[in-house]
Design a protein around this ligand. Structure first.
Ligand SMILES: *Cc1c(COP(=O)(O)O)cnc(C)c1O
Length: 227
């Protein structure tokens, strides 16, 4: 058994326990394996262990991995989107979870190759109001969602956030609860969303309790990242 297979079993136990205490079904929470900075061999092992969705933060690094792996995998861009990388991202990825401005949304839509179909996107929301990790403010969220909805190259799937780290689970839950509220409001307005991307290795339990449908997990699957 590789360390990745073993880690994945431990992770699934954590997810199952969190779902049990939240009264949710395990199959409502999918795993995005965050492979940034890890070698391509690790991704191969993760695929062998049954994972199919991968998240990457750096466009160039990711493009090389995507080109080398010919398996039918789903690639999510989860890093900060720089204007000069939108073409590469629009051509290589299936999803972008970190759309936070109209300018970036329009570039991704324009540069998405038509034969690939619309690029799935989540709006990254700055629920802490700290902007350390970027993200749209809650004040600009509705107009940004309206713009994305009107762009032919994009398909709006949901929301994501990256809260400031804290060890306390009660404190961890607050930004997730806020994001879930924004998500529910958009559903009430008629948006057809299915993805609430929240929770990482250190706060996945809090995120699952607050309704996460996709957790983004690096360390708990692959171990610490090389620095
Ligand atoms: C790196 C990263 C993750 C994974 O973090 P871990 O703590 O290693 O699970 C998740 N989401 C984003 C946006 C990241 O940049």
């Amino acid at each position: 058994m590789t360390h990745i297979t073993k880690n994945l079993e431990d992770l699934k136990r954590r997810i199952a326990a969190a779902c049990r205490s939240a009264g949710r079904n395990e199959n409502q929470v999918s795993i995005l394996a965050v492979s940034k900075l890890h070698p391509i061999e690790f991704i191969g092992e993760a695929v062998a262990a049954g994972l199919t969705r991968f998240g990457e933060n750096y466009a160039q690094e990711a493009a090389e991995k995507i080109d080398q792996l010919d398996a039918e995998l789903e690639w999510h861009f989860i890093g900060r989107v720089q204007s000069n990388k939108t073409r590469l991202i629009a051509e290589k990825f299936d999803w972008v979870q970190t759309v936070a401005s109209e300018k970036i949304a329009r570039r991704l839509s324009n540069q998405r190759p038509e034969e690939l179909g619309p690029l799935n996107v989540c709006v990254q929301v700055d629920t802490d109001g700290n902007s350390a990790h970027g993200g749209a403010s809650t004040a600009e969220l509705h107009s940004l969602c309206g713009t994305i909805q009107s762009l032919p190259g994009l398909k709006l799937r949901g929301l994501m956030n990256i809260p400031l780290p804290t060890a306390n689970q009660t404190a961890q839950r607050e930004p997730f609860r806020q994001l879930k509220q924004e998500y529910d409001q958009l559903l009430d307005l008629g948006y057809e969303l299915d993805t609430l991307s929240m929770g990482m290795t250190n706060d996945l339990e809090a995120a699952i309790i607050e309704g996460s449908t996709m957790i983004r997990i690096g360390t708990a699957i692959f171990g610490p990242r090389p620095v």
